[in-house]
Write a protein that binds this ligand. Sequence first.
Ligand code: HEM
Length: 440
Amino acid sequence: MLAAFRTIRRDPAAFLEQMWRDYGDVVQFPIPRPPVYLLSSPAQVRSVLTDSVSTQSKRTLQYDNLAILTGDGLLTADDPPWRGHRRAMQPAFHHGQLDAVCASAAHAAESYLQAWDLLADGSTVDVDKAMMEISLQVVATSLFGSDWRQDAGGLTRATITALDEVVVRARNPLASPLWLPTIRNRRLTRAKAQLDRAVDALIDGYVSGSSSVAESQASAIPPFLELVIAGLRNKDGSLDRSAVRDELVTFLVAGHETVASALSWTWYLLAEHPEVAADVRAEVDELTPGSWDMATVAALPLTSAVVDETLRLYPPAWVLTRTTTVERELGGSSVPTGSLLIMSPWILGRHPEAWDDPQRFDPSRFLTGNSRNRLGYLPFGAGPRVCIGREFALAEAAIVVALMSARFELSRPPGSSPLTPLSSVTLRPPDGLPMVVRRR
Ligand code: HEM
């Protein structure tokens, strides 16, 4: 591990993949405390993830650092309070809410395309930056309504800075305690304060808007936010501000960069496979113009399959971790309580037990049968802690890809070489994603 130190820091996903290729489906790292295992058998990983939450905890370096931002939000909390909050948040992610997500995604993509329309044909744009802005707009509009744009730039920067700092801490078991005023700690504290301020202002707006007088303001509150807040009321009807704050920051953090990463890699793979991009355009050209809702998504099987296949090969959440809270048996060895389990959707998407010819980009895998149920398809995790925003993300991605494919063709600049992703909080293109855009 000492010899691999540089790779571990520079490209941890590649390091994990190499360990799996060299040593197989259960690897114990030579670290005395806690015992650390990399699990890669698709059946075993599913069985860990679908096991009861009482057998495992999210108290790992990865989630503890994220919790600096998200507190007791769904992504990082253990049970309690996780189970009660999950139940309370479910209505906000109900199927009936997804038409509004589609409309937000179409609106966000449209406003971006208006800017592209002004460019000379054949201009180069950073598609990764565009996807970051579109996905922020979709999740922020769902939470904040249409007013959030006043502080859009600040909010994006604060989220990204905070997440970057969290990654640096997660990779360094000896990171200084947060109260030490180092440059990095101060940067993280400032970004967190900015996120907190935005969310506090949102809650204040809700409280004043819903306290009778400002009828017009109350009607501007997005239904998604309404459901989140309704779910987190205390028994006496008062607002649990800190629970609401933690969930809202969680949704902002969990629903922004992940979707942007999925979309950027989708454009990358479509550019590498122009024949598939042409088939997507043909599918999109059959749509009824102007309607962007879940019926539209249902009419886009190939576009959705392209997104699924991208998530198989480039899962934004490329590593999942758990700490065991009971002794358990894994791959013939006994794993003691308090062990760290590392599982990587990046490896599972490449596992020959789960996929034929795993390196090949082939969306048709997802056109027949239900491959989303396959053992090796884990971009959204599995079991009780499966991503609550999965349908939200898939609907958003299908709409953005369809709407943009209807109007533009995207290709990589001539002479571009294949990209190796940067494995940070999510998998990102290493230096943005410059692409040439041409009107159709
Ligand atoms: C392509 C986009 C997305 C990907 C790849 C993704 C991936 C994941 C994964 C792998 C997990 C499980 C983590 C674990 O088991 O340790 C998760 C959990 C979660 N995700 Fe997503 N996610 C995406 C989009 C979203 C969106 C749009 C939202 C909200 C708006 C969201 C909110 C959450 C929350 C709250 C959890 C925690 C659920 C719980 O433990 O109860 N995600 N996500």
